[in-house]
Design a protein around this ligand. Structure first.
Ligand code: ADP
Length: 591
């Protein structure tokens, strides 16, 4: 993992200094309690039951004369230490959980924010399931990595403290206990280097699974219409099976690693016990001391085991962190320049000056587009499918930035002001309006979150939506399903027009807003749109001759270029596509 990630990871800790200090405090206290734990037993066995002298501070004291009191005190001390250990455990658990969950939330929020900022081009080229998986399953990696610090610190402190005490009791035993270290070191290293690749693969596969669920659910109508449920199910099962096999493989490797660590430490314990017993028979060690040494050694090995498995599991966190930072470090191609100003109440003139744009892997999606629209003008954009009409209008709210040229609003380059303030000046009504799960009123209010109920109703009236909304079971409070599944296309479109009324932006983009609407409701929708565009600079992609002929300006786009431009009358006399288009459409209308 690159070092710079380390610095970023630590920056998440800076907001929680007090909690971090409490965690480390708990670590020190737990270590001390662990160090104390075996001593009461030692005193009991050696000096109360056996005939060794009492430890220094107790010799010649009141306890030397009163062995029963000493037993009571020693037993009570043992009990208190266990109580202390457990109390500290609860405290540590509380502090750690707080710290871990807060950092996870902060990191998740950052990821969410960044995902929203990334450009359309990024989202066009990635599975959204990847982001869902990252936010859902991997956002805890930063906190996980940070929380390995107290675990490692505690194990390391315990290890060092106990090792020193053991050296003091029996240096030979202490040294022998270290024999396991090279074995542990080697197994951690070999595990870490081998698990990296499989972990990446598992995470790729698991995020693909999420993407598949997401796609299948959002495409459910198509799936059902083609009767492809079985096909989708098989695809899902096969992919799930692959992810499962990869996960099992990783789990087996992880368990084998733990088994190896446990075997190595068990070998160490056996060796130390054997040697300790020999020392007792030689009289260089008391039984009580061997007890302390054994308690310490088993804790030391536990600590070594914890260190090894923590370092081993770090790989998992590191892989997640790498993947998360890859996303966080993806620059939003479309972003604010430093120190930009804000658009405030623009008049609405729009000019394209030599604008060219290509999607990744394409050339000339739009080439050298130049035109100018005055405030309040109505522009119709026509042309064959794939000509670049939608792309052209998506450059205005900066869903993409042009490769060449510039776009001006009120004589200001749109990149000179903040994206947020730019988008506030633009309302978009698309072909297939999307609604959120929630009430009709909430969906309209999305246009202006602080709007009053009266304002919502007024917008609905203007959008010809009030009547049908009132006929819904709960009126404005009726819940609409995901994407508005419980309403007809025409109804959803009128709700999205009401949203635009409420937003009241000076520039309006209409991308074939009646494309999916049945002829019966089309009239109502068009009426609402005509009211909406009054006084607003309007770009409308359309195939309807009636609408097009009302436009102040018509842009004809073919293969990414403007081939004709002018009013209906100007273009009718021309030889170009518009003349052809008119006559074909008129014939269709008349037959
Ligand atoms: P129109 O609106 O005139 O039908 P578009 O602007 O949607 O045309 O598309 C213009 C060209 O760009 C087409 O060749 C289309 O395949 C391509 N295109 C559209 N959207 C994307 C995208 N998100 N990524 C890559 N290519 C795209």
């Amino acid at each position: 993992m690159p070092m710079r990630y380390g610095v970023k990871v630590l920056s998440y800790l800076s907001a929680y200094k007090a909690l971090a200090v409490a965690t480390l405090g708990a670590v020190v206290l737990v270590t001390l309690a662990n160090l104390l734990a075996p001593w009461p037993m030692k005193v009991l066995i050696d000096s109360v039951l056996g005939d060794h002298p009492l430890p220094g501070i107790l010799t010649g004291s009141y306890f030397a004369e009163h062995p029963y009191v000493l037993i009571a005190v020693v037993v009570a001390a043992g009990f208190l230490i266990v109580l202390l250990q457990n109390g500290l455990q609860v405290f540590r658990e509380y502090v750690n959980t707080q710290l871990k969950l807060r950092i996870t939330l902060d990191f998740r929020v950052d990821l969410f924010q960044h995902a929203q900022r990334l450009s359309m081009a990024y989202h066009d080229s990635t599975y959204s399931g990847n982001l869902v998986y990252l936010l859902n399953n991997q956002a805890d990696a930063v906190a996980g990595l940070i929380m390995t610090v107290p675990t490692l610190a505690q194990s390391l402190l315990t290890f060092i403290g106990m090792f020193l005490v053991v050296v003091f009791i029996d240096a030979q035993l202490a040294l022998v206990s270290l024999l396991v270290l090279p074995f542990l070191f080697y197994s951690v290293r070999s595990y870490s280097s081998r698990i990296h690749q499989p972990l990446h693969r598992v995470k790729d596969l698991e995020s693909q699974t999420l993407s598949m669920i997401q796609e299948a659910m959002s495409m459910l109508r198509v799936v059902v219409a083609f009767g492809r449920e079985k096909h989708e199910l098989n695809r899902f099962r096969a992919q799930g099976r692959e992810a499962l096999d990869a996960r099992v493989d990783v789990t087996v490797r992880q368990s084998l690693f733990e088994l190896t660590v446990n075997l190595i430490t068990a070998g160490g314990v056996a060796f130390v016990v054997g040697l300790g017993a020999v020392h007792i028979t030689h009289g260089t060690l008391t039984v009580g001391e061997l007890l302390v040494v054994m308690a310490y050694i088993s804790t030391i090995y536990q600590s070594l085991g914890t260190i090894s498995s923590t370092v081993g599991s770090l790989q998992d966190q590191l892989v997640s962190i790498e993947r998360a930072f890859e996303v966080l470090e993806t620059d939003p191609d479309v972003s604010d320049r430093p120190g930009v100003g804000k658009f405030v109440s623009v008049r609405g003139s729009v000019a394209f000056e030599g604008v060219s744009f290509s999607y990744d892997g394409q050339v000339g999606t739009l080439s050298d587009i130049s035109f100018r629209v005055e405030p309040g003008e109505f522009v119709a954009i026509i042309g064959p499918t794939g000509a670049g009409k939608t792309t052209l209008v998506s450059l205005i709210p900066r869903f993409y930035d042009p490769g060449k040229g510039r776009i001006m609003i009120d004589s200001t380059d749109i990149r000179d002001h903040s994206i947020e303030s730019l988008r506030r000046q633009i309302s978009i009504v698309g072909q297939d309006p999307l609604l959120f799960v929630g009430t009709v009123a909430e969906n309209i209010r999305y246009g202006r979150l602080e709007a009053s109920h009266a304002a919502v109703m007024e917008a609905a009236r203007a959008a010809n939506a009030h009547e049908f909304i009132q006929r819904l079971p709960d009126g404005y409070e009726t819940l609409v399903g995901e994407r508005g599944a419980r309403l007809s296309g025409g109804e959803r479109q009128r709700i999205s027009i009401a949203r635009a009324f409420l937003k009241n932006a000076p520039i309006l983009i209409l991308d074939e807003p009646t494309a999916f609407i049945d002829p019966k409701t089309e009239g109502r929708v068009l009426e609402a749109l005509n009211t909406l565009r009054l006084g607003r600079t309007t770009f409308m992609i359309s195939h309807r001759p009636g609408t097009i002929s009302e436009a102040d300006k018509i842009l004809v786009i073919e293969q990414g270029r403007i081939t004709e431009m002018g009013s209906h009358e100007d273009l009718l006399s021309g030889e170009g596509l518009y003349g052809e288009f008119r006559s074909i459409l008129e014939k269709q209308v008349h037959t």
